[in-house]
Design a protein around this ligand. Structure first.
Ligand code: SF4
Length: 533
């Protein structure tokens, strides 16, 4: 009997797991049909196999409902981190458009949207503007800003309109043990809907939770896409990929941890420095997309410069100074400073005698005497000596902070050069950095006390044309005046950087009658640790 059913199913291309999923989707969709303000669905679509399956199943389920039953909106949202791999984002853009067009033709209450980070929080605004070091496993500042926050903003907006929403995601239990545990911890006993861990008014529905990878591919290969995509193209995206994973639309911090970095999947950011080797872009290159090679080299370079001391400030963004321990190893009676392995950098040894050693209590004197600006100080050969709790000599180095301004300018230049160098294939127009981001970076630099206003100049030099920069943001001083100011600071032993910050604060509040916050900003600028060593 079982074999007969199996044969019948095969002939009719029917699969009970698919029918069950479609039925489940219809049941959950219709649950609130009689409610005054039904909960809209927000479907996370990443372009990958799992979320494509979910959207396709939803399409199938909705076409089986009557007009009266189509009582509420389904929003299909895709995240655009602004640093998506160009091929993937153009694939997603095309698909979203087709989904929208087909839904309109079929009168389905489906609306597609792309969610993007706030430009102030974008990858380049944080990295080139604020100087955040390229993200890594220990300091992964990107996912919240680029993916979680934009999606949550969309959901919160819908929650305020409707009271509650249902997030529909392509998560599967057997994707990974961690993911299964996350889903289990959110499942409300006996219910198909799960609680969202941070958004109290959002419920999560995972209609393909019990699908295996084979179920997903079987479905996609045997069911034509309702909006006319060729699912073979999707399968091709996964070919030779080191990972079968997609980069899910991350809407939750716990899911973020279980989602990994996505840099190993085809669907991560092209700039992803969280992984040691970017297999996403490399996979495309191996498949013949040679034009992506400069992007890959640029990403590798971003990984490499991250831990180069010369490119980093020697205090934190809030001005705090800290020290990191140094390991000394002796080989054949010679002492060496150990340079630990970091991402692509291998472990190294530098003879202790190559370093200049300064006693901790004499550090301030040393910095002042040598007129050292910690925001741009090459301390590669400096060791700080002190005694540990047992009275033994120990060595430390200054802890690293954001990228220096020199490094930020260098990254921007190289990025603009890359934009000029890459030969995008026909029909693919892609801005590696957006105009809006450049304007924000310029503002961040000016607000941080960079009075030279170098960004428009860097842009013109690299791109050969100007953008419509705001006149109000023009610099207060020309370069001669700035040099005079710097000389005066040296003469009177005043920290030039602190003075520039104070001038910037004054400029920001200029013209306001009520200058609420100015004293706090001044206090913050003067309380920087590095000024009070
Ligand atoms: S793909 Fe990499 S860079 Fe992009 S958000 Fe994820 S971890 Fe960050």
């Amino acid at each position: 009997m079982m074999i007969n059913n199996l044969i019948t199913n095969l002939i009719q291309k029917k699969n009970p797991i698919i029918d069950d999923a479609i039925q489940l989707i219809k049941d959950v969709y219709l649950q609130d049909i009689n409610e005054e303000n039904p909960k809209p669905w927000v479907v996370g679509y990443s372009g990958g196999k799992d979320s494509s399956t979910v959207v396709q199943l939803i399409f199938e389920a909705l076409t089986q409902l009557s007009k009266e039953q189509l009582h509420k909106k389904i929003y299909i949202i895709s995240s655009d981190t602004l640093v998506e791999t160009p091929l993937i984002i153009s694939f997603i853009n095309r698909t979203l458009q087709r989904i929208q067009d087909r839904a309109l033709e079929l009168n389905l209450p489906i609306e597609t949207h792309k969610v993007k980070p706030n430009y102030k929080q974008s990858f380049w605004s944080m990295l080139i503007g604020q100087g955040y070091p390229s993200p890594n496993q220990n300091f992964r500042w990107c996912t919240d800003r680029l993916k979680i926050e934009p999606a949550n903003r969309f959901i919160t907006e819908k929650v305020s309109e409707h009271g509650e929403v249902i997030m529909v995601l392509g998560m599967r239990d057997n994707e990974s043990a961690t993911r299964a545990n996350v889903m289990k911890s959110y499942t409300v006993e006996g219910k198909v809907l799960m609680r969202h861990s941070t958004l109290t008014k959002a419920l999560v529905f995972a209609p393909i939770r019990n699908f295996s990878v084979d179920d997903v591919w079987n479905y996609l290969n045997n069911h034509e896409s309702p909006w006319g995509d060729d699912n073979k193209t999707l399968q091709k995206l996964y070919q030779d990929s080191s990972s079968d994973a997609e980069c899910p639309l991350v809407i939750d911090k716990s899911i973020k941890e279980s989602a990994g970095s996505c840099g190993n999947s085809r669907f991560g950011c092209w700039t992803c420095t969280v992984v040691t080797e970017d297999k996403a872009v490399k996979g495309f290159i191996d498949n013949g997309e040679e034009w992506l090679k400069p992007l890959l080299s640029f990403r590798d370079w971003l990984v490499d410069i991250r831990d180069e001391r010369i490119y980093r400030q020697k205090y934190r963004k809030n001005g705090q100074i800290y020290f990191t321990d140094v390991t000394i190893e002796t080989k054949e009676d010679k002492a060496y400073v150990v340079i630990p392995k970091k991402s692509r950098r291998s472990r190294g040894y530098i003879p202790l005698e190559n370093f200049e050693i300064v006693k901790k209590e004499k550090l301030k004197e040393y910095l002042l005497y040598n007129n050292i600006d910690l925001s741009d100080f090459d301390d590669t050969n400096l060791l700080i000596e002190s005694l540990d709790d047992d009275g033994k000599v120990k060595y430390e180095r200054l802890g690293l902070g954001p990228f220096t301004m020199v490094a930020r300018e260098m990254i921007l230049r190289k990025l603009l050069q890359l934009q000029n160098e890459v030969e995008f294939p026909d029909g693919l127009k892609f801005d590696l950095i957006k105009k809006e981001e450049l304007k924000i970076i310029r503002k961040i630099w000016l607000d941080n006390g960079e009075l030279h206003d170098k960004l428009p100049q860097i842009f013109a030099e690299e791109m050969g044309y100007d953008l419509d920069w705001e006149y109000n943001d023009r610099p207060l001083f020309d370069s001669n005046q700035l040099t005079d100011l710097e000389l005066l600071c040296q003469e009177h032993n005043v920290d030039f950087k602190a003075l520039k910050s104070l001038i910037s604060i004054q400029k920001q509040y200029n013209g306001y009658k009520i200058r609420r916050g100015i004293y706090q900003d001044i206090e913050k600028a003067l309380k920087q640790d590095y000024l009070h060593l």
